[in-house]
Design a protein around this ligand. Structure first.
Ligand SMILES: [Fe+2]
Length: 260
């Protein structure tokens, strides 16, 4: 059989969360496109960066099944107990000595889908260990206990994301990049059968700069004084990609970018 997995780029602020839920937008897309699993990157889903129990619950209510993490996941302390208690909320697996977990398994039609959240090391302030080594370690640790593996690589450098995808090609079903908020035009299935996109994009406002009000970002670039990020408004959209996976086996047979 085949299953379709929707992965959404960084959800930015309460405006991004509510966009997915408004009028059942995400649930309607899931139903119309026969999606079996929805994964969204939620590390910016709270206003002013980070993730809170409120923003996580809003994403679940909208129809997201699993939330992946990034460099801002630990920014707000009130998420820490949820990271420990709710396996559906991940932080990057290669960020250690911090609350929560970086991978989990979800059942889809009796198949065990392993979801791994990783962070990049290049131009990132995550204190993360090598995502390459961590991927190897998780796949070895879970060997024989999953039917397909999906990776979110939350990273700044395009080269690091492509390199990780080629390193994982044929061993996981999908490697999807997040963090840079602009959807890339390179969605594909690699030679070994791994679906790939360098960046899924963003769920939020396209009117500012990467989902944040333009004047906040310009002030940030022009002055060393700290700036509180406020979500931009208007020109809302949600971008990501749909990966069709063949099971058993886990080979990705098609990949396409989408915009809700
Ligand atoms: Fe990020």
């Amino acid at each position: 059989m085949t299953v379709k997995i929707l992965m959404l780029g960084d959800v930015v602020g309460s405006i991004g969360c509510s966009y997915l839920g408004d009028g059942g937008r995400l649930r309607r897309f899931v139903s119309e496109n026969k999606i079996s699993l929805v994964i969204a990157n939620g590390e910016n889903s709270a206003d002013g960066n980070g993730i809170t129990p409120t923003s996580a619950r809003e994403l679940f209510d909208a129809g997201v099944d699993v939330i992946t993490g990034g460099n801002h996941t630990l920014r707000k302390k009130n998420i820490y107990s949820m990271l420990d208690d709710d396996e559906r909320v991940l932080r990057p697996d290669n960020m250690t000595r911090c609350p929560g977990n970086g991978h989990m398994k979800v059942d889809v039609y009796g198949y065990r889908i392993l979801i791994i959240s990783l962070a990049g090391q290049v131009y990132m302030d995550t204190h993360a260990s090598s995502p390459f080594d961590k991927l190897d370690a998780v796949l070895a640790e879970e060997a024989g206990r999953y039917d397909a593996a999906i990776v979110d690589i939350h990273a700044e450098a395009t080269s690091e994301k492509i390199a990780l995808a080629r390193y994982a090609d044929g061993r996981v079903s999908v490697v999807a990049g997040t963090h840079t908020h602009v959807q890339t035009a390179d969605v594909c299935v690699l030679a070994g059968g791994t679906g790939y996109i360098t960046d899924l994009g963003m769920c939020g406002s396209g009117a500012g700069v990467l989902g944040v009000k333009t004047d906040c970002i310009i002030r940030k670039f022009r002055s060393p004084a700290p700036v509180t990020f406020e979500p931009a408004e208007g020109e809302l959209s949600a971008t990501g990609a749909v990966f069709t996976i063949d099971l058993p086996g886990g080979r990705c047979i098609s990949a396409e970018s989408v915009k809700l």
